[in-house]
Design a protein. Sequence first.
Length: 122
Amino acid sequence: MLPLALSTLSPVISGCSGATPGPPEGLLNSTQAQRAGGELFVAHCAICHGLRGDGQGLRHEGMIPAPADLTVTPWSERSGAADTFLAIRQGVSGTAMASWPTLSDQQIWQLVAYIETLPEGP
């Protein structure tokens, strides 16, 4: 099965209300933020997206659509950071990607910073 592309999700995400807060200055390039995001990723995301972010987590079997492979564009690109933020904050309709209202904006931006560091996939 093909990975779910951000472009597929954009119409769903773009219909969300409210402005997306921008990342704090320098956060996406901060190794401290990336490290914190990595810890959050292991705790909250790896079960579905896999430790490598490739969509092959322990729960990926039978998920339709499959969890996104975060190692490929557009997930791995800086230009998609706001959409990635919204996908985490609000979830993605029609998928198993739930919203994460318990995470602060800071924590979500740390996750985005970490996702951008994942090695590029296929």
